[in-house]
Design a protein around this ligand. Structure first.
Ligand SMILES: *Cc1c(COP(=O)(O)O)cnc(C)c1O
Length: 443
């Protein structure tokens, strides 16, 4: 295992000449549809640092989109995955099973909210998990419809594109989409027209009214929602919204699915973001942070719902690959040993006050929000709530040039989001915030 020095270091412009050469090869060989946020090519990464082919070391506030919460080369992940790799790479769990898969399912049953009997099924990607949650909910309820929310993101397969709210870039030109998907309002406090204090009650009432009028609750198999909308802009639904929706689902025999693919595994300072409002979802989808960077995803939930699909109805060639399962067990071990929930909360305690101080100085910052290590800044034209995606892109670009990896998101493309690895050192965290402050001062 290589130890990456935990310090930012720029020895060339970003991207440097070797990255630019590789980018030219990428352009020739890789489909243009596969975009790149920051065109530096990585040689190694760990802790809070990404090192590139030119020898630059960048501070990582992205974690490969909320994946490497334990770092990109966590000791327990590397050790367990390497040991598994040396034993066997694959048998297909559906053909001849192995213990690691079962152990991951056992951990998921322990860690997810609620003490009812739970079961899991493992897959390769978040989108695949969401698709399977819908399959399971339909098998259980024998109903067709799926309800999703404004600003929601659930993946890039055909069904999950249908579930995703935003057209560009996720859906444009890729339809037609799967039927029986209905979208209802989300309690987006900052943009709720009658004010944030009314958002939870009014948005829930509107959503429920639309479900009753447009679909009929008795035709709804599942309500699928992110406890904090990730790609949509790190939108925490106004407090009280999620419990109202969950209660409506319960009253009507609808499977309540929390998509915790981005929010799960310590990211928000709890094992799962559902816990912040005491929610006990019927099904939870997980991926991203689950396995320290290896591809793994899961649907976990009430045993009687999970068992509704007939034997052979769920699965896939690689789902719950043994190396990915070993990595997940290493990641979970790391989260427990280092108490990464506490680390995530500490990251929030460091970042939020500093970003709020920036908000005082820079009127382009409309709102600072987030929980734990899932923090965002929404940028607007000063004095209005008019989204400013151009300034957002400019700030991100300035951060990249200074050696800080940041990502943008949001329905209006005007949100800077920060998802540092939970193991990042506090000095790097503060240095990253200095870079963000300089970037705001410069635009
Ligand atoms: C990333 C994401 C997905 C899709 O996961 P993939 O592994 O990219 O398929 C689904 N839901 C949410 C909330 C996500 O953040």
């Amino acid at each position: 295992m290589t130890e990456v020095p935990q310090e930012r270091k720029l020895v060339t412009a970003v991207p440097g000449p070797r990255s630019q050469e590789l980018m030219a090869r990428k352009s020739a060989a890789v489909a243009d549809g596969v975009g790149v946020t920051l065109p530096v090519f990585v040689t190694r990464a760990g802790g809070g640092i990404i090192e590139d082919v030119d020898g630059n070391r960048l501070i990582d506030f992205g974690s490969g989109i909320a994946v490497t919460s334990v770092g990109n080369s966590a000791e327990a992940v590397v050790r367990r995955a390497a040991a598994q790799l040396a034993e066997f790479t694959h048998t297909c769990f559906m053909v001849t099973p192995y213990e690691g898969y079962v152990e991951v399912a056992e951990r998921l049953a322990e860690l997810t909210p609620g003490d009812h009997p739970k079961k899991s099924a493992l897959f390769n990607s978040g989108a695949e998990a969401v698709e399977n949650a819908v399959k399971i909910a339909r098998a259980h309820t024998k109903r067709p419809a799926v309800v999703v929310f404004d600003h929601g993101y659930h993946g890039r397969t055909n069904l999950t594109m249908a579930l995703t709210a935003k057209n560009m870039p996720y859906k444009e030109g890729f339809g037609p989409f799967a039927p029986e998907v209905y979208r209802v309002p989300l309690a987006y406090g900052y943009r709720w027209l009658t004010g944030p204090e009314h958002a939870a009650e009014e948005a829930a009432a509107q959503a429920i009214d639309m479900i009753n009028k447009q679909i009929g609750a008795e035709h709804v198999a599942a309500i699928v929602i992110e406890p904090i909308a990730g790609e949509g802009g790190f939108i925490e639904p106004a407090k009280g919204f999620l419990p109202r929706i969950a209660q409506f689902a319960k009253n009507n025999g609808i499977v309540f699915v929390a998509d915790e693919i981005q929010t799960g595994f310590c990211r928000t300072g709890q094992w799962f973001a559902s816990e912040h409002e005491g929610l006990v979802p019927d099904l939870i989808t997980t991926a991203k942070g689950i396995a320290g960077g290896l591809p793994l995803a899961a649907v976990t939930g009430r045993a009687e719902i999970m068992d509704a699909a007939h034997a052979g109805g769920l699965g896939g060639t690689y789902g719950g690959n043994p190396v990915a399962c070993a990595a997940a067990l290493g990641a979970i071990e790391t989260m427990k040993e280092l108490d990464l929930n506490a680390r995530a909360r500490r990251i929030g305690e460091v970042m939020l006050p500093r970003l709020r101080a920036m908000q005082e100085k820079f009127p382009v910052i409309g709102e600072v929000r987030g929980r734990g290590a899932m923090i965002a800044v929404e940028l607007v034209e000063p004095g209005t709530k008019q989204p400013d995606p151009a300034v957002t892109a400019a700030v991100a670009k300035a951060c990249h040039a200074a050696g800080l990896v940041v990502l943008t998101c949001g329905t209006y493309g005007n949100v800077l989001r920060f998802l540092p690895p939970l193991v990042i050192g506090e000095d790097l965290l503060n240095e990253g915030l200095d870079i963000i402050e300089d970037a705001f001062a410069g635009v």
